[in-house]
Design a protein around this ligand. Structure first.
Ligand code: LRH
Ligand code: MN
Ligand code: MN
Length: 431
């Protein structure tokens, strides 16, 4: 029997109260979908199979470089972070794995940590290395870069950290390493573009050679921040070049907040799929830059269009297509558990809407160059409210029909606040 943080009686009571209306809405949606020859049960089964990982750092209250306003009952260590992740999965039933960040997640005993995550039925998703800041016990500084530093010993230190991340990941049963480096420059002329990318590739080749055969190495690009003039792996172009140079196990990771404004992300996704280089996603939303806002809160249509590409590839049986999904957000003013539940469901919603796109009609419009009806075919799916499918998928797996209502009634945050004192609030947003 799995450990559970929220009383299953509370979930059942709330579900019983909501079930009648859900069933009515579900039956109505079933009728609507059957007009398009879509079997709602098949879609609900796919909703039940949908999984998106939660980042361990996402359950702490975030902040900005100006200030951080702590929430109550924030997790103080990786075990408490897992407890919060277990709540998210218990209610949403679609976040069964957690992506750790080292050394933010301090671990003395990986066997103990694995036993703890197992007790909650949680798996370990991609391991994130961190060479974008200096740690207290670190010999050499990353002020002028890590994997691309002009100093060989500093590069070696950054490589060694990635190698230890792979070893820790093996102990946790993970099968992926995600590398994001902030390396770059703040002044024109500060760095030789080609030489720094050459150094990056050299360092990554050593890391790649330690990647087990059943693992993937995900490369995450980002246009700017912390470097404000140039970043070494700044866009999907540099990303895919690096992934191609390294080999089949190296793939590109798309974080939605890491592109130039107005970039057509769904088209980048299509290109990466075509060349078997789409590794996975960090979902979040943004208005201005790498805002790390809640998924689907600003651009739900863009998120749907990305899933339209993903579902299209799935439907075509595209070779080498197996991307992983994860949230990467910063929750500055909301309870992170609520934001992560909501966001996971919003990503799941985009997937379900993409599933009900009439692909034969879309393809026909494309062949006939009927631009308006092609667009309307997508809009028809996007405009349909698929909430009953999402709620039914949760209900059938033991989750909550109304997860936020149940979470609030559980008083979980107030309960953990009694044993988790508040953490002081100034400085960087990263917990
Ligand atoms: C960089 C990033 C990357 C890091 C995380 C904390 O902006 O998206 O994925 O690991 O934020
Ligand atoms: Mn990210
Ligand atoms: Mn980011």
């Amino acid at each position: 029997m799995k450990n559970q943080r929220i009383s299953s009686e509370l979930i059942s009571e709330n579900n019983e109260a909501a079930l009648k209306h859900l069933q009515e809405d579900y039956d109505h949606l079933s009728t609507v979908l059957s007009r398009q020859n879509i079997d709602i049960e098949a879609v609900t089964t796919q909703a039940q199979a949908f999984e998106i990982a939660v980042p361990s750092w996402g359950v702490g209250t975030g902040g900005t470089r100006f200030a951080r306003f702590p929430g109550i009952g924030e997790p103080r260590n990786v075990f408490e972070k897992l407890e919060d992740c277990a709540v998210i999965n218990q209610l949403s039933q679609c976040t069964g794995s957690v992506s750790p960040h080292f050394p933010w997640d301090k671990v003395d005993d990986f066997t103990e940590l694995k036993a703890f995550s197992d007790s909650y039925g949680l798996q370990w998703d991609s391991i994130n290395s961190n060479t974008f800041q200096d740690q207290a016990d670190q010999a050499l500084s990353y002020k002028y870069g890590s994997l691309t530093n002009t100093d060989a010993a500093t590069r070696e230190q950054a490589i060694a950290h990635n190698l230890e991340c792979i070893e820790w990941g093996k102990q946790l049963g993970s099968n992926r390493l995600t590398v994001w480096v902030g390396d770059g420059s703040n002044h024109p002329g500060q760095q030789h573009f080609q030489h720094s990318f050459e150094r990056y590739l050299d360092s990554m080749k050593t890391i790649y050679s330690a990647i087990p055969d059943d693992w993937e190495l995900h490369i995450e690009h980002k246009m700017f921040e912390p470097a404000f003039y140039s970043t070494v792996v700044q866009d999907w172009g540099s990303n895919i070049l690096a992934a191609m140079e390294l080999g089949d196990k190296a793939k590109s990771l798309v974080d939605l907040g890491h592109h130039a404004p107005n970039v057509n992300i769904e088209m980048i996704v299509s290109r990466l799929i075509q060349f078997k280089k789409l590794g996975g996603f960090h979902f979040n939303d943004s208005k201005y830059g790498d805002d790390d806002l809640d998924s689907g809160s600003i651009h739900p249509y863009q998120q749907f269009l990305i899933f339209n590409e993903l579902v299209d590839a799935e439907a075509r049986g595209q070779e080498g297509f197996n991307p992983s999904y994860m949230l990467d957000q910063s929750h500055n003013v909301t309870d992170p558990i609520e934001s992560l539940i909501n966001s996971a469901i919003e990503v799941q919603r985009s997937y379900i809407k993409a599933l009900i796109v009439d692909r034969a009609a879309l393809s026909d419009c494309q062949e006939r160059n009927d631009a308006l009806m092609a667009s309307n075919t997508l809009k028809q799916a996007f405009n349909l409210d698929v909430s009953p499918i999402l709620a039914m998928a949760r209900y059938r797996q033991g989750g909550a029909i109304n997860p936020l209502q149940t979470y609030r009634q559980s008083q979980y945050r107030a309960q953990v606040a009694e044993v988790r004192p508040s953490v002081a609030g100034s400085g960087s947003g990263i917990v």
